[in-house]
Structures are given as structure tokens and as C-alpha cells.
Design a binder for this molecule. Structure first.
Ligand code: HEM
Ligand code: NAG
Ligand code: NAG
Ligand code: NAG
Length: 322
């Protein structure tokens, strides 16, 4: 009787033991956790970074969309490893990077954590935390979440890789879907993440393809007329990605798409393409969008992260440690 009871435990123990032995240490460690720095030498890291980002957004509200976009460009190229922050020659040389901004906010936050706990907090985690704070502020606290942390900084940054991986505003839904799929992100997640365009600006060059040589007939007429005035050929003007509530993180972006008020081709096509229009419709509900956006940001934040002893903790976010 006793033997019969013991046996399954013995088998289970053997199975568990062999799994532990056979799993490479890298795989056991390769996971982000909520509040990593609380138990890894910098309990104040998250609060320091959060207040640095809040201060920067209060000083210049354009920092919120700037920081959110930096996180996307970081993760979509070679994973979330702060490769986007490296100075030229680097990803910054790629054309889509030329309008990125908000790097100084990352530097300020990094300087403040370095003062309290030098060499502990990665630039990649600062980028991820800053994106969340930007969303929390612009949503009036309605969209916020615990950001899994423990990323380390990468050792490569390539303009060619950035050019290949970052979706273009003129890409088709199929191309954009495959660029997200290459990072393990689904079409549903891609649509939710595109909702980031509920805040921020685009330059005329990002949507001039919709104005000339022929006017895109899916663009609502009053918007088309104002964009034609805003964007004479060669113009460096900018306009809001969300034409109705440009500074509020809300679901208006998706409602805009349904009535021809998407700004970029890549926005407008989410509505006209049958593989994405259902997700656009679902995300017009704020609570649905908030839930989808949060889970998709966490998924994007996990793309090809370096953890454990991989990579390094950069001393200066702009440069690899020498
Ligand atoms: C789905 C494919 C995407 C394409 C083709 C795309 C493309 C663009 C383009 C062309 C701009 C305008 C840049 C400029 O002219 O200055 C822009 C801005 C922006 N993008 Fe995206 N994007 C995409 C997805 C995302 C994602 C997933 C996020 C974040 C989760 C994001 C966040 C932003 C933000 C916040 C801005 C405004 C930046 C600012 O105001 O400085 N985008 N995007
Ligand atoms: C910028 O936009 C304004 C309209 O808001 C337009 O009158 C002006 O010509 C544009 N400037 C440039 C340099 O494109
Ligand atoms: C376009 O505008 C940006 C920001 O307003 C500025 O930094 C950049 O130098 C301008 N580029 C040109 C070609 O005018
Ligand atoms: C923001 C940023 O770093 N932009 C860079 C993009 O690439 C060009 C060309 O190398 C640089 O001049 C910009 O500084």
C-alpha cells in the first residue's frame, strides 16, 4: 500500500529533476518579472524613472508620444534591448528613426538611477517603463499596468536591420502583419498596438502619398482639404495622428478609422482590409482597447529580451560599454 503511494512521487521527482538538469540555465533565467529591481539592488528604480518621465511630460507634452514610439522602434528591431538608443553608426541612421525624439528623457532618468544604484538598471527597462508612464499620463490614469522588467542592454544596433524591420506608413496590411509576426506578434496585437496613434504627430512626408499624385479617395474630404493646405510639396509641417482627440489616449483613433479619418495609409488600411477591420471595430470600445493594448504592450515588451548575464548594463545609453 505504502509503496503504491510513494511510487508516483518518485516518478514525478525524477521527471522534475531531469527537466531541471536538461534545461539550459539561460532558459530558466530568460524571463522578465514585475518589479525586478525591487529584489535586484535598486528598489527605488521604478519610482525614480516614473517621476523623471512625468516631469518631462509636464514640461513638454510631446515627450509622451515620443517615448511611446521609441519603445516600439526598440522592440521591433532586434528585440527590446535599447539598440534604438545607440548613437550613429546605428539604428538612428535608418530613415524611420530620423523623426524619433525623447532620448533626453531616457538620459535624465538613467542619470538619476545611476546616482542611487550605479550599474544596475538597464536602458532597455527605462525605455519600457517610460512608455507605460506615457500611456498612463495621456490616458488620465485609465490605462496603466505593471511593466515586467529585468531586460539587459544589447550589443548591436544596425541601420540596415532597422530599415528592414520597422513598418513603413505606406506598407500594406499584409506586409505590416508579417513584420509583426517576425517578432511573434499577432495581427490582433498589431491592430491594438497601432492604437498608439491615438496620440502624437506625423510629418507630411509620412502621408504625402495619400495626397499626390492622386488624392486617396478613402480620406474624408474635409481632412483631405486641410492636409493639402498643410503639406505643399517638400513641407516639413506636422499634424495630429488622431484628428479628433490628439493628446488623449483613448479609443477615438479606431472610431476615426471607420469614418475615413485615419492619417497614414497604414492606419486607414486597418479599416479597409478584411483581416483587420473586425479588430478595429472591437477596439472602438475603450475597455476592450485598454485590455488589448496592455496585453499587447507586455507581449511586445517581451520580444527577444536579454536577461540573466546576457548583454550588459550600459553606463551610457548612447554607447556600448567599452
Ligand atoms: C503598425 C505599423 C506602424 C507604422 C507603419 C507606424 C508609422 C508611424 C509613422 C510614419 C509615424 C509618424 C512619424 C513622423 O512623421 O514624425 C508614427 C508616429 C508614431 N507612432 Fe507609429 N507606426 C506603427 C506602429 C506603432 C506602434 C506599434 C506604436 C507604439 C506602440 C507606435 C507609436 C507611435 C507614436 C506614439 C507616434 C507619434 C510620435 C510623435 O508624436 O513623435 N506606432 N508612426
Ligand atoms: C505649413 O502649414 C501651413 C498651414 O497650416 C501652410 O500655410 C504652410 O505653407 C506650411 N508650411 C510649409 C513650409 O509647408
Ligand atoms: C523639420 O522640422 C524639425 C522639427 O520641427 C527640424 O528639427 C528639422 O530640422 C526640420 N527639417 C527641415 C528639412 O526643415
Ligand atoms: C534622432 C536621430 O538620431 N536621428 C538621426 C537619424 O539619422 C540621421 C542620419 O544619419 C542623423 O543625422 C540623425 O541625427
Amino acid at each position: 500500500m505504502g509503496k503504491l503511494l510513494v511510487r508516483p512521487y518518485v516518478i514525478l521527482l525524477l521527471v522534475v529533476a531531469s527537466l531541471v538538469v536538461l534545461t539550459p540555465p539561460g532558459l530558466i533565467e530568460a524571463q522578465l518579472v514585475n518589479g525586478f529591481y525591487a529584489s535586484h539592488g535598486c528598489p527605488k528604480a521604478e519610482s525614480i524613472i516614473k517621476s523623471a518621465v512625468i516631469t518631462a511630460i509636464q514640461q513638454n507634452s510631446a515627450n509622451a508620444p515620443g517615448l511611446l514610439r521609441i519603445f516600439f522602434h526598440d522592440c521591433i528591431v532586434n528585440g527590446c534591448d535599447a539598440s534604438v538608443l545607440i548613437d550613429s553608426p546605428s539604428e538612428k541612421d535608418a530613415i524611420p528613426n530620423q523623426t524619433l525624439h525623447g532620448f533626453a528623457v531616457i538620459d535624465t532618468a538613467k542619470a538619476q538611477v545611476e546616482e542611487v544604484c550605479p550599474g544596475i538598471v538597464s536602458c532597455a527597462d527605462i525605455v519600457a517603463l517610460a512608455a507605460e508612464t506615457s500611456v498612463a499620463i495621456t490616458s488620465g490614469g485609465r490605462v496603466s499596468w505593471e511593466v515586467p522588467t529585468g531586460r539587459r542592454d544589447g550589443l548591436v544596433s544596425s541601420a540596415a536591420a532597422a530599415l528592414a524591420a520597422i513598418p513603413r506608413p505606406t506598407d500594406t496590411v499584409a506586409t505590416i502583419t508579417s513584420k509583426f509576426a517576425a517578432r511573434g506578434l499577432s495581427v490582433e496585437q498589431m491592430v491594438a498596438l497601432s492604437g498608439a496613434h491615438t496620440i502624437g504627430l506625423a510629418h507630411c512626408s509620412a502621408f504625402s502619398n495619400r495626397l499626390s499624385p492622386t488624392l486617396d479617395s478613402t480620406l474624408a474630404s474635409p481632412l483631405a482639404q486641410s492636409l493639402l493646405t498643410l503639406c505643399p510639396s517638400g513641407s516639413n509641417n506636422t499634424t495630429n495622428l488622431d484628428v479628433t482627440t490628439p493628446t488623449k489616449f483613448d479609443a477615438a483613433y479606431f472610431r476615426n478609422l471607420q469614418v475615413g479619418l485615419g492619417l497614414l495609409t497604414s492606419d486607414a488600411e486597418l479599416q479597409s482590409d478584411g483581416s483587420t477591420s473586425g479588430f478595429v471595430s472591437a477596439n472602438t470600445n475603450f475597455n476592450t482597447f485598454a485590455t488589448n493594448f496592455i496585453s499587447s504592450m507586455i507581449a511586445m515588451g517581451n520580444v527577444e529580451v536579454l536577461t540573466g548575464t546576457a548583454g550588459q548594463i550600459r553606463a551610457n545609453c548612447h554607447q556600448f560599454n567599452s
